[in-house]
Design a protein around this ligand. Structure first.
Ligand code: PMP
Ligand code: GLU
Length: 395
């Protein structure tokens, strides 16, 4: 039905998140009885740890079910500031922390607060799908700077310098990265931090996977590399991945007070506070011991080794060994067709769901999430192996 309404330019060409769309499609197929192996969304398959669930339940019983301050409950802002101070080695005040409805919302606030129409934001490809979309929604322009598998996905400083213009407002960093799982090297972080300080631009450091790092790999945050860049840094993080709390929708952004206040004002006119119950649950994550975190990390580590190792044994596929996060960024160039075509065939022929790389800025890769059961991962590998054998036989 045509409704004859002319929509705003900002949404006219906007497509929904491909990761979420594919995850929804996989769930629908599964419900329809198809033997789906869903390796699409990056979502831990563990239940939320018990002390966190209990804190949420207690919040309901205690009637903490009303509006909170729009920027978050003071206890949670203080707990996050304390955690940042300890882990980043830079002092944070509660007033420098804004609690948001997930890290995605924190990023949304950041781009809205920084970009005037035509302003530019440097984003490294492969990138997480929502960065360019969110910059566009803020009226800004995403300046994509490529990184390569051969360089371990480390951005090239000269390429960054070449992409800078008088309109550049920010550089987005994501280490460990979605979709590659690469960790940025300390020297590279330092160099980018110094460049940002020299040019007076902000760095948005999305650190949502900072606790999902597989030894001997070690995460280094931007501020651990260059503490003096704090005035030019917005740190984005949240509880979704580390604590298996994707549905609770709690993230945060921390940085210079005037920017945090501006984002708080923006939030007070858009979402108001993040869900009160979820905030109390998240408070438990920051203030109580949660042994499940180490256990989940151990499990992800084993899955990574088996799954990425398994992909690398399949003829026609190769996969970068991710140091963190829970994604296998699988190189499919040898198959001779773009990722969207191959991913669609895997879905149709063997019901294995990976996210085609086009949404992340590369048609040569398919992203698998290994935040899925060991059984699914093993079965996925087996089906891929037999599909590749059949292709070879038919060729
Ligand atoms: N940043 C990155 C790189 C992500 O992969 C995700 C995944 N959801 C997010 C931000 C947002 O996380 P959430 O909104 O669930 O906190
Ligand atoms: N970030 C996760 C992913 O990349 C969840 C989906 C989303 O938030 O878009 O799969």
């Amino acid at each position: 039905m045509t409704i004859g309404i002319s929509m705003a330019e900002r949404v006219r060409t906007l497509e929904g998140s491909p990761t979420l769309a594919l995850a929804a499609k996989a769930k629908a197929l599964l419900k329809a009885g198809k033997p789906v192996i869903d390796l699409s969304a990056g979502e831990p398959d563990f239940p939320t740890p018990e002390p966190i669930k209990q804190a949420g339940i207690r919040a309901i019983h205690d009637n903490r079910t009303v509006y909170t301050p729009a920027s978050g409950i003071p206890e949670l802002r203080a707990a996050i500031a304390q955690d940042l101070t300890t882990r980043q080695g830079v002092s944070y005040e509660p007033s420098q922390v804004l609690v948001t409805s997930g890290a995605k919302h924190a990023l949304y606030n950041a781009f809205q607060a920084l970009c005037d129409p035509g302003d530019e934001v440097i984003i490294f490809a492969p990138y997480w799908v929502s960065y360019p979309a969110q910059v566009h929604l803020a009226g800004g322009r995403a300046r994509i700077v490529a990184t390569t598998e051969a360089q371990g996905y480390q951005p090239d400083l000269k390429a960054i310098q070449a992409a800078l213009t008088p309109r550049t407002k920010a550089i987005v960093l994501n280490s460990p990265s979605n979709p590659t799982g690469a960790l940025m090297e300390r020297e590279r972080l330092q160099a980018i931090a110094r460049l940002a300080m020299e040019r007076g631009i902000m760095i948005i450091s999305d650190e949502i996977y900072d606790r999902l790092v597989y030894p001997p790999a070690q995460a280094c945050s931007l501020l651990q590399a260059e503490p003096s860049a704090a005035a030019h840094t917005l740190i984005v993080n949240g509880v979704s991945k580390t604590y298996s709390m994707t549905g609770w929708r709690i993230g945060y952004i921390a940085g210079p007070k005037p920017l945090v206040e501006a984002m708080g004002a923006l939030q007070s006119h858009s979402t108001s506070n993040p869900t009160s119950i979820s905030q109390y649950a998240a408070l438990a994550a920051f203030t109580q011991p949660i042994p499940d975190v180490a256990a989940m990390l151990h499990e992800f580590h084993q899955r990574r080794d088996r799954f990425v190792g398994g992909l690398n044994q399949l003829p026609g596929l190769s996969c970068f060994m991710p140091g963190g996060a829970f994604y296998a960024w699988c190189n499919i160039t040898q198959l001779g067709q773009p990722a969207a075509v191959i991913a669609a065939r895997w879905l149709e022929d063997i019901f294995v769901v990976g996210v085609p790389g086009e949404g992340f800025g590369s048609a040569d890769y398919i992203r698998f999430s290994f935040a899925a059961s060991s059984h699914s991962l093993q079965e996925g590998l087996a089906r891929l192996a037999s599909w590749l054998r059949q292709q070879k036989a038919a060729a």
